[in-house]
Design a protein around this ligand. Structure first.
Ligand SMILES: [Fe+2]
Length: 335
């Protein structure tokens, strides 16, 4: 029996050196809804996200990811999850959460790939009131009338900075009850994993990073309602001078429609439509090979530009001093 510990990816905090332009992208182009502001952060949600926010955008001197938040299935599962990260020496301690956003205290830890994760149990379901209340009973808020109308947070794709970091990250995530659905290998070497806790093809992916810098983000992804929304987005991106770095395309791995753009702050943001559901308990991961399958693991049709392979830039000298210290102490990595 597998007792699932984590229910879902609840939110992602990204950094931007151009907060106003980044907010324009997420609100006016993607159509996310702003639910609040605090200090240098703005909280955003898709119209079908179940909690108050799924994206926290924080002003910084660089792009990248600051925190990845997962909800557990219960208070006990939170404690069990904390014990797992602590047994690996990765725990960083509690924070007070975001009570005004319906998010309780969380336990922070560092992934072996260098990004900061957080485990939370207490999280209130969010429902709009007043003029934002939807005519559809099950829908948490009205679908917005502008932009691409991105629906909800799909997944985050992170980099691991060397072979050991990748192997240890996957091992930890499997202990936290992620199911590995697909794997990419190059010769005998496994270089990327697509996995999920929520029954989709992936709510998290991690791949080897050729730059060797810890804590880097590849991309963050939102789902769209209709496949046509991918084309609508590509049209908006071109119309408004945004750099498309990949797609529209059809992924081999996860079997979905996709489009990647660089938002004005430098983060790569993907839109996704489709893909399979998979709750098969004794699933054996599908293994792709960069030689035998060529680029079909990434796209059967469509293509990506060179910029896609670099993900969201976060040069080592722009990583915050606080994160550098955690990476040095907890992972023993040079940064
Ligand atoms: Fe993705």
């Amino acid at each position: 029996m597998v007792n699932k510990l984590l229910s879902q990816l609840a939110s992602v905090e990204i950094l931007t050196p151009k907060i106003d332009d980044t907010l324009w992208f997420f609100k006016d182009i993607l159509g996310l809804h702003e639910v609040g502001r605090k200090d240098r952060s703005v909280y955003l949600r898709g119209w079908e996200d179940w909690y108050a926010y799924s994206l926290k955008v924080t002003e910084s001197d660089t792009a990248g990811v600051k925190e990845i938040v997962w909800r557990t299935y219960s208070e006990k599962d939170l404690i069990d999850s904390i014990n797992i990260v602590n047994s690996n020496g990765l725990g960083l301690g509690w924070d007070e959460g975001e009570p005004d956003m319906g998010v309780g205290k969380g336990y922070k830890f560092i992934l072996p790939s260098g990004q900061i994760g957080k485990l939370v149990w207490e999280m209130k379901i969010w429902r709009a009131s007043g003029e934002l209340r939807s005519g559809y009973k099950a829908r948490p808020m009205k679908k917005p009338t502008k932009g691409v109308q991105a629906k909800d947070l799909s997944h985050i794709f992170i980099f691991a900075y060397n072979d050991e970091s990748l192997a240890k990250t996957v091992e930890l995530l499997k202990r936290l009850t992620f199911k590995v659905n697909e794997i990419l290998k190059e010769g005998d070497k496994r270089i990327a994993y697509w996995m999920a806790v929520n029954g989709t093809a992936h709510d998290l992916a991690v791949s080897l990073d050729p730059s060797g810098v810890p804590a880097r983000l590849n991309h963050v992804t939102f789902n769209v309602d209709y496949a046509d929304d991918i084309l609508k987005a590509a049209d908006f991106y071109t119309d408004y001078g945004l750099e498309i770095v990949g797609g529209p395309l059809r992924h081999g791995i996860t079997d979905s429609h996709s489009l990647y753009v660089k938002e004005p702050g430098g983060n790569v943001i993907e839109l996704l439509h489709g893909g399979y559901l998979n709750v098969v308990p004794d699933w054996e991961p599908i293994v792709w090979d960069t030689k035998e399958d060529e680029n079909r693991w990434l796209y059967y049709w469509g293509h990506v530009k060179e910029a896609f392979w670099h993900g969201s830039p976060i040069p080592a000298n722009r990583v915050s001093d606080e994160l550098k210290e955690i990476v040095r102490q907890k992972l023993g990595a040079k940064i």
